[in-house]
Ligand binder design. Sequence first.
Ligand SMILES: O=C(O)CCC(=O)C(=O)O
Ligand SMILES: [Fe+2]
Length: 655
Amino acid sequence: MKPTSVARNVSMRSAALPVFRIGTSLGRMLRFTKYSLVLWIAIASCGGAETEAESGRSYVAYDFYYNEGVAMYLQEGWETCVKNLEMALKGWHWWHDNTASCRRNCSLEAEQKELLSANMSEEDRYFERALYSTHCLVRCKKNALGPQRDRVVESNVISEFNNRKPYDYLQLCYYRLGRVKDAANAAATVLAVQPNNTVMSNNLKFYMEQAGIKAADVVNLELKPYGQEYFKATLAYQDNNFGLTITLMEKSLRLFLEEYQTCRFLCENPFDQGWYPDFISSVANHFTFTLRCKRKCMWQLSELSGEVDDDFLPSFFDYLQYSYFQKEETAKACEAVATYLILKPGAEIQTHNKEFYLALDEVNEDMFVPRKEFVAFKEREDYEEELMEFIETNFAFLTDEFWDEEDDELKRLSGLGIRVVKAARKAEEGVDRVVADGLASTLECLVLTELTRLAAVEGDGYKGDFSPHTPSETFQGITLGRAGLMIHAGLIDKAALELILRVTDRCRDYVERHFHLPRQLYFAYTHLVCRTARPVHQVHVDNCILQDSGECLRVPPAYTYRDYSAILYLNEDFEGGELIFTRDRSGLTHELKVEPRCGRLVGFSSGPENPHGVLPVVEGTRCAVGLWFTQDRRHSEVERTMATLFLKKLNKDEL
Ligand SMILES: O=C(O)CCC(=O)C(=O)O
Ligand SMILES: [Fe+2]
């Protein structure tokens, strides 16, 4: 096809100008105005050099300050709340900055180091470099992070920081201190990752009205430098200031690549395998863990407004091609189009633009050379996707022909140590179910079983009430609060409670990842329970009251806020007690039957799409950890927060 004829097509469609895909960018801005504000440029970091005392070490334990801050919030100690949470956030940033820069520098150092022999295999060279890098890391982290450098922060705390929860507490503490502008900024910071948080958008509106704050003055305190420049650039673009758009977009792009690298380095974290695989499997497990994390960097950074923009990176080159074109730098415009097309092969509008440019006298095909670093970038992205696919297809298998096997989503699993036994996702019916093995080690099962047997009190599981689902049933169970009391009473060691939290966190993370949940899961209730030869746990639904008619009533006393359920089984030395998923209340048609065994996790959505029950335990004792999750923070488990705080306090007292 000759370019000229295509160019004519262009002019027939619209003006003879490159088409600019402004849609998503505008959408991005519009989504902000939904809350009648523009999340604006962040205040750059605190500015000025920090003193040595301030610069770290003292607040390395950011989770500690966080817990203190939350405790103060609960006790309405507003000033100490702010002080602790600000320290926590500072510490969090500081930990990230230092960790990432150590990893970056050490990887570079090892890269440049002369190897003992040039003749060794690639594998030898890789591990030799790993040793050099480690040697460097140990020194670097010691210098930068001090004695607590290898402290492991609990995963739920990490995910709360990622979800900006500290700012959620902060905004109220600020407000109570009369710092309304700070409160508004903190609220806007939460909204940037939780755009549908209506409580927060109402708060923000309230703060803005109260203090007469203009939308343009509200800042997202966590907006990264690349995001700040990007927003400035889009504004310049809207003002038709193309020279400035180019400067800012190019700057933002550089910063984006840096941030992307940082994000990847931050994935090279410790990893608890929970078991003891071979050397190579161990390396592969840990590698998979980091790879999975790295694969999320793109969408994490493409989420400037609380919603992922799949075309975020390409969008830079869309702005650039148009702006360069306007500045009559056609060669640069062609380069931008070519780069866009490398990142998104076949993208319609840019293909079109390319044809448009080709029709210009001064343009020829040779000018469409993409930027080198993005060719390499895309190559790595594609490679890693393929690798992930290999991992996900080869380390999971499906047996139950009942389910739509073609759905690739089914085949996901969270680590090589964990094996999906059965999985189902029937999008149209909203069925989410998974059975996976390997979520707890033999030792962990033993400890938890013993603990539950020891601690069990009849009926305790529902705080003395009967379960609303199964009025006739009694069973032995303990909750986190009860475990805390037992430590207090000297009945068990605190390590037992730490174990429960660790294992259940793992299960929560697994369910969240397996179902690709866009919103975080909070624990709503945790319950360790052993059942002994009792009547059947009749068919029920976890978040509504199932009627004989099949209708499911979402009213109290049902736990209507439960979104996902999971059961982690701890033993198998009993008879009966299978978990069954049925089609209706009669329980006559079993869709899926799960035999409990140590480390096996069943996860499922808590709604009427998943009626289930337990067949009678015929002989022996059946022990499991029941976990219920919610996406509504307001229903997050108080006992868990208290247990965590309690442990923190114990650990602190011991120091
Ligand atoms: O123990 C089980 O397998 C399931 C228990 C259950 O469904 C529940 O407690 O809601
Ligand atoms: Fe249930």
